[in-house]
Design a protein around this ligand. Structure first.
Ligand code: PXL
Length: 263
């Protein structure tokens, strides 16, 4: 059987266990041929106290030109942290030029959490993402991103009705499937998918990079034929195991490698 070939477009943070250094090993370990479009090279992710940033946007036309000349196409796309609003148009061009028929586009918006935009993002980025998600087959925003995308005020003490309302508003912005991740209330965490809430054990620690791990495992499971619900369950379990495998002193990510090795 032909192997699935995915393109994942996000930054390469050299240190930090996030974005490409997570997506590449996870998708590959699940048997998906994983191609990358690095949007920028950072010394480390932006939760550290400083970082270098080399924007690779100027290189992308040459990359596309050569893919075109070599007849490269992809069976799926996974987008994560892009970092710059102008990369949304680049992403659209990429879908137009390099999709095999029916290739699913999975977009994790990755620009905010805990009620706040990540460093370096602004409302223009949100507006560009709002436009890009029209092209998605599946979107994986967290609650904060869902609030920004729908122009809803974030409240910290939300519950199921709030999340359901966000999903309904998001459905007006995309024909794709809306999955809201990391919905944390009532002592549990989970996803809103296909009209219902999945609930999982909530661990008492928050760690960086877990959203990227969730999106990678979700995508690998989904491309392997699992339903969106089962893919969420698999991804949530993987994240939970990764957090549990992590030394408490480790500040910047989780030891997902241990979980990958043992699966
Ligand atoms: O994990 C999301 C992420 C990805 N890439 C970079 C980041 C972050 C989160 O802060 O800074 C560069």
């Amino acid at each position: 059987m032909k192997n699935k070939r995915i393109l994942t477009m996000q930054d390469l943070s050299c240190v930090g266990q996030c974005s490409l250094t997570v997506a590449l090993p996870i998708l590959s370990a699940y048997g998906v041929e994983t191609c990358v479009l690095p949007t920028a090279v950072l010394s480390n992710h932006t939760m550290f106290k400083g970082w270098s940033y080399l924007d690779l946007t100027p290189e992308i036309p040459a990359i596309f030109e050569n893919w075109k000349n070599n007849g490269v196409k992809f069976d799926a796309f996974l987008l994560g942290y892009l970092g710059k609003a102008e990369l949304m148009d680049v992403a659209e061009r990429c879908f137009d030029e390099f999709s095999e028929a029916g290739a699913p586009i999975i977009i994790d918006p990755v620009f905010a959490d805990n009620g706040k935009l990540y460093t370096g993002f602004d409302i223009n980025y949100v507006a560009a993402m709002r436009k890009l998600i029209r092209r998605a087959d599946i979107i994986l925003p967290n609650v904060t991103e869902a609030c920004f995308l729908t122009g809803t005020d974030y409240v910290a003490d939300y519950g199921e009705e709030f999340v359901r309302g966000l999903a309904e508003k998001l459905s007006a912005l995309t024909d794709g499937k809306v999955i809201i991740t990391g919905a944390e209330y009532g002592g549990a965490i989970g996803e809103y998918v296909n009209g219902k809430m999945l609930r999982h054990e909530l661990l008492p620690v928050k760690k960086h990079g877990t959203g990227d791990i969730f999106a990678s495992v979700f995508t690998a499971s989904y491309l392997g034929g699992a339903s969106p619900e089962d893919s969420c369950n698999a991804a949530a379990q993987f994240v939970r195991d990764s957090i549990k495998a992590t030394d408490g002193e480790h500040f910047y990510g989780v030891y997902f490698e241990k979980v990958l090795k043992n699966r």
